[in-house]
Unconditional design. Structure first.
Length: 104
């Protein structure tokens, strides 16, 4: 299996940088070079996306569990199910998007 080399390394301990949104190395505490850190705008954008995903998770948790019905589903149940499905699809899309950004 091919070993992946980190794009950025700490100048203090020469280990790969684990978190580019902090100013110090998580291993040795040395200051990270400016070119290795994420721009404040990128961090703010990522935090906003995270907050939006948390809100979607909260909305998803508020949906009541499906009730079994002997005579089929009412229109309200179908609408609730579609709303829940849209929230799930949104969370999956956000997860795929964030995973792609992590790979950049």
């Amino acid at each position: 299996m091919k070993q992946l080399e980190p794009k950025f390394r700490c100048t203090g301990c020469n280990r790969g940088i684990l978190n580019r949104s902090v100013a110090r190395c998580l291993y040795c505490g040395a200051d990270l070079p400016a070119e290795a850190r994420l721009a404040p705008e990128v961090i703010a954008q990522r935090d906003a996306e995270h907050a939006r995903m948390e809100e979607a998770r909260k909305r998803l948790a508020q949906h009541p569990p499906p009730r079994p019905q002997a005579q089929g589903n009412s229109a309200a149940d179908v609408i609730d199910g579609m709303s829940t499905g849209i929230d799930v699809i949104d969370l999956i899309g956000d997860g795929v998007s964030l995973f792609g950004k992590l790979l950049d």
